[in-house]
Write a protein that binds this ligand. Structure first.
Ligand SMILES: CC(C)(COP(=O)(O)OP(=O)(O)OC[C@H]1O[C@@H](n2cnc3c(N)ncnc32)[C@H](O)[C@@H]1OP(=O)(O)O)[C@@H](O)C(=O)NCCC(=O)NCCS
Length: 180
């Protein structure tokens, strides 16, 4: 937060002009991302092509400098009676560990639960799936208010193997929007 208690970040959809700063941010942060998520510095163009009903990406920006704080993919979006999605995210240096990613994720969650008529995604339930020893990601999920739901063995193929995940979730009824 700012000294005046305001939020230090904003969220927005990625665009083609972000490809170069995105690549620099991911390269700079490869050491801390690489243990948990694929490092794809040149992946923004493909990610833009994949945006649609099942996937919405948000970039988190530092409002003071315009620098890239992080990225969140709202993936596997299924509407109908489920209205569910899974969140996947990375934070970038030099902003990682400053609390800005948490602030940005609060905005993303809020946008996910907001009704479509108000520019939101109209979702009802969000999941975060985390490898059991990814302490920083589990801390982020808990700071956002996600509940631990269970353990999913061999859930995702990452770094050459099927990895177990802890499953966290939050429904719209449980969400307390970030206050002023
Ligand atoms: C998981 C990940 C996104 C978490 O992001 P982050 O950089 O830790 O998030 P923040 O910027 O909100 O920083 C939070 C940390 O800063 C600290 N912090 C410093 N100043 C702060 C402030 N003003 N407000 C809040 N927290 C602050 C917090 O205490 C917290 O540290 P802690 O978890 O040790 O308590 C990041 O570690 C990452 O990209 N990891 C690699 C990829 C990954 O694992 N993705 C998720 C796969 S499931």
């Amino acid at each position: 937060m700012n000294d005046d208690g305001g939020v230090r970040v904003a969220i927005r959809a990625p665009r083609a002009a972000d490809a170069a700063p995105y690549a620099e941010a991911v390269r700079r942060s490869a050491d801390h991302i690489g243990r948990w998520n694929p490092v794809e510095p040149d992946g923004l163009t493909e990610l833009l092509e994949r945006q649609g009903q099942g996937l919405r990406t948000f970039l988190i920006e530092d409002t003071a400098s315009g620098g890239l704080v992080g990225k969140c993919n709202v993936a596997n979006i299924v509407m109908g009676r489920f209205c569910n999605a899974a969140l996947g995210y990375d934070s970038y240096l030099p902003f990682a560990g400053t609390g800005r990613m948490t602030e940005g994720m609060q905005l993303v969650v809020d946008r996910c639960f907001a009704p479509v008529e108000r520019g939101g995604l109209g979702l009802h339930r969000l999941e975060i799936n985390v490898q059991p020893d990814n302490v920083r990601s589990i801390a982020l999920a808990r700071r956002l208010g996600f509940r631990h739901e269970g353990f999913t063995p061999r859930m995702l193929f990452l770094s050459g193997a099927w990895r177990d995940h802890e499953r966290f979730a939050l429904t719209a009824e449980e969400w307390a929007p970030p206050g002023p």
